[in-house]
Write a protein that binds this ligand. Structure first.
Ligand SMILES: [Zn+2]
Length: 791
């Protein structure tokens, strides 16, 4: 198992087989460069005497493109690819640069533990074989993309601030609050990082790390500017996602929350993030392939962004019925066409291909240059991410109330990571809304003749992404934007398939498992280190042995363990369901039973459970589990106190045997029944999760797709071991109290949802569920999972 908090450029898989004998394969692996062939007559010696003060030289593009040779030797002297023109680097002492009005917002050096280099005679010209050259190269290309990105944001800001009448997500105070950047952070670019065969970006540390090739010692990732663009692209995504959060932090320094586009080893937000990072390479050079040198040359891992790329499999083309469509190509690697891989980089290709196709569509229809079409497309990406990542929940400064997006401030982080995470549906829906506000509105001047709803819908549909019924202009929050929803033209949905949530079931075929429990001490210690270390979950309860000494690797849930749980879901339909998530967080599935002298919290009946037959008679149970009000979810209200006492409970209930027979109850009731003092609960402040606690952050799991009639573990199998390829993000985590009497039965009501679902986001009508419903069962298929705690 592995968990990657950092956004790496590559999956951690390398086709070693092709490294030595790959020469004959190469021509089919790369887009053929059409220009850039050099002659020796341009050859320059890159030395201080050959440049002006403050200047240096860098590789204008990656060596494959510059040489025009897809088979360029990894040992090639890159000095031969430098052009005589100089690049302005910096007149300061170090490789430090500014962003708009922000000084020293980025810098470059060899690695985190190495000092910044200084200019030689105030010049930055070095031999290409030196680390100093790589640092200048890294710095210069970070600078190029930041300049272009910030110029784009400035233009965008003037447009929305200059009387353009739509409810932009860009904060009014963008420039004052400097929310075009991450607070006062300095983006660190490490030109020669200790990372084998990869490059990465860390949002937490705000650093990009350009690694090296493990076979060819002269091949470094920072020699490939397109890889630098991809990594800086992740930093830009982080800025766009947090534009409104950063702005709120400026207004109120106690507001420090930030959102991520992607939380787990695999989720669709992370895939979209990779697709966007690839698109940033296109943003810079308008080429629809990236990483030809650092990724493609010996690792066969460069990625295309258009179906016209010769690297693609047969049957993929720009024809409307041959696009890289969702969910068909979620696990597709064009470099290894027969492999099935659950990986955000491959899944993200659907997004990069869609965005490139969209850019070309508006270029044609709106009579734009390619460069303008890219710039304007980025406006819409910015708007979409700023809105979807907004934890202030307002979505735009121009709505009067809050609670428009991501439920409310209390639950916003839970909402955007687990309850209704950003997926291919929500991104497409939000992007389409913004497209109609910009390209679709002639007042913006972006399109010669206003872009039509039919155009965006039919293009989304070619990609299988017309998964929504309305554009959600009203937003589905409880605040109310005052806007009415544009409705999707149903006839435009030809390829995009929507499937009922009822098709998901807990595996019930004979001879198959309902769940896999990962409980070996070694594995779970590694998982704990990864999850706690990255901040995904808080440190475990002090009631769990610090050495996980109770973890006994018997594949069962035993007292005192910390376990990972893979709930084995089966898709009973004839179609692929995709973007499947299972949620184990606390939710409103209890009600206040007032039929006894002292009111108690009892489980609601959902799908005739836990009290079969009670649905018709126990009106109290049914009416009390009716829709929540936003008041109940708002901190500090009387309704919220009632809500937290009687309705909001952990997913896992426990079986109790008493005078009234056997019934499902809250864990608090078990605590009282066995007279356990509350300070022995997993969380001494929360008797409701006294015995089984699912830590926040470990309370949701993702699966890229589940095939018709099958389970996830049947598709993602390690061919060498025959076992499922489980990663940390496929599991829900349970802390199991050492005080649970052996034989105790628990029943967890997990909530499942998926992206291509016909009734997970609306109830089949043209109105999306309100955000508050995501604390209930309406948007979800309830998966009842029972287990007995045994030693
Ligand atoms: Zn990446």
């Amino acid at each position: 198992m592995e968990r990657e908090k950092k956004k790496r450029i590559l999956p951690l898989i390398r086709n070693m087989g092709g490294v030595i004998l790959g020469m004959t394969l190469l021509s089919s692996c790369f887009q053929q460069a059409s220009s850039g062939k050099r002659t020796n007559s341009d050859f320059v010696v890159n030395s201080p005497s050959s440049v002006s003060t403050g200047y240096g030289r860098v590789l204008e593009d990656n060596p494959i493109i510059l040489s025009g040779n897809a088979s360029l030797s990894p040992e090639y002297n890159l000095g031969l690819l430098l052009r005589s023109g100089q690049e302005y680097i910096s007149e300061s002492q170090f490789l430090e640069g500014s962003c708009l009005n922000l000084e020293d917002c980025f810098r470059a050096r060899e690695a985190s533990n190495v000092a910044l280099i200084q200019a030689t005679d105030n010049k930055w010209a070095f031999q290409t074989t030196t680390s100093s050259f790589l640092q200048v190269q890294t710095f210069a290309h970070i600078k190029r993309i930041l300049n272009k990105f910030h110029s784009n944001i400035s233009t965008h800001f003037s447009l929305v601030n200059g009387g353009l009448k739509y409810k932009s997500a860009v904060p009014d105070l963008l420039m004052v609050s400097k929310s075009y950047w991450k607070n006062d952070k300095t983006l660190e670019g490490y030109a020669l990082c200790d990372l084998e065969d990869n490059a990465s970006f860390s949002a937490a540390n705000y650093e990009l790390c350009m690694g090296y090739d493990s076979i060819y010692e002269n091949l470094k990732f920072s020699q490939d500017n397109t890889v630098i663009y991809h990594e800086v692209g992740h930093a830009m995504v982080d800025i766009m996602m947090n534009m409104r959060n950063n702005n709120q932090n400026y207004l109120d320094s106690t507001f420090v929350e930030r959102s991520d586009l992607g939380y787990l080893s695999y989720d669709e937000a992370g895939a979209i993030n990779e697709g966007l990072a690839d698109y940033f390479s296109y943003f810079m050079n308008q080429r629809t392939h990236f990483g030809e040198w650092a990724l493609g040359r010996v690792s066969f891992q460069s990625r295309p962004m258009s179906e016209s790329d010769p690297i693609h499999a047969a049957g993929i083309s720009t024809a409307s019925n041959e696009r890289l469509s969702y969910p068909t190509y979620l696990n597709y690697d064009p470099n290894q066409k027969s492999k099935i891989l659950e990986d955000i980089h491959y899944a993200g290709q659907i997004m990069s291909h869609f965005l490139v196709a969209f850019t070309q569509d508006v270029q044609d229809r709106c009579k734009l240059t390619n460069e303008k079409a890219i710039e304007y497309t980025l406006f819409n990406i910015t708007e979409s991410l700023a809105e979807l990542g907004d934890l202030t929940t307002k979505a735009s400064d121009h709505y009067s109330a809050s609670n428009n997006i991501n439920l409310n401030k209390t639950y916003a982080s839970l909402f955007v990571s687990a309850l209704r995470p950003i997926d291919y549906r929500s991104f497409s829906q939000t992007f389409a809304k913004n497209v109609m506000r910009t390209f679709g509105n002639s007042a913006t001047g972006m399109c010669a003749v206003a872009y039509q709803q039919d155009y965006i819908e039919s293009l989304l549909d070619q990609y299988g992404l017309l998964l929504f019924r309305n554009y959600n202009d009203s937003l589905n929050g409880d605040g109310g934007t005052g806007l009415s929803d544009r409705i999707v033209i149903a006839g435009n949905r030809k390829k995009s398939e929507l499937i009922s949530k009822s098709v998901l079931k807990l595996e019930d075929r004979t001879g198959k498992v309902q769940a896999i429990v990962v409980d070996s001490q070694e594995s779970m210690k590694a998982v704990r280190t990864a999850l706690v270390g990255s901040g995904q979950i808080a440190p475990l309860s002090s009631r769990i042995d610090s050495d996980l000494g109770y973890n006994n690797a018997n594949g069962k849930i035993s007292p005192g363990e910390f376990v990972g749980l893979l709930v084995n879901l089966r898709n009973t339909s004839n179609s692929t369901v995709s973007g499947v998530r299972l949620i184990g967080s606390d939710w409103a599935h209890f009600y206040k039973d007032t039929t006894t002298a002292t009111p108690t919290a009892k489980p609601c009946n959902i799908d005739s459970y836990p009290n079969a037959g009670a649905v018709g008679t126990d009106t109290n149970a049914n009416s009390s589990c009716a829709d929540l009000t936003i008041d109940e979810l708002t901190d500090g209200t009387a309704a919220n106190t009632e809500y937290l006492t009687y309705k909001h409970f952990p997913s896992c209930m426990v079986q109790i045997n008493d005078a009234n027979g056997t019934r499902m109850a809250s864990q608090k009731e078990l605590m009282e029944k066995i007279s356990l003092t509350q300070n022995k609960c997993l969380d001494p402040n929360d008797p409701k999760s006294c015995f089984i606690r699912i830590p926040r952050g470990g309370d949701y799991a993702w699966y890229s797709r589940i095939e018709a009639g099958a389970t996830w573990i049947e598709r993602f199998v390690d061919s060498s071991t025959g076992k499922p390829k489980i990663k940390t993000g496929n599991l829900i985590y349970l802390e199991v109290s050492p005080d649970i009497p052996a034989g105790t039965v628990f029943s967890c009501r997990f909530r499942a949802s998926f992206t291509n679902c016909s009734d997970c986001f609306d109830n089949g009508t043209n109105t999306d569920f309100k955000d508050s419903h995501y604390m209930e069962d309406d948007p979800y298929k309830i998966i009842k999972f029972e287990f007995t705690v045994t030693d």
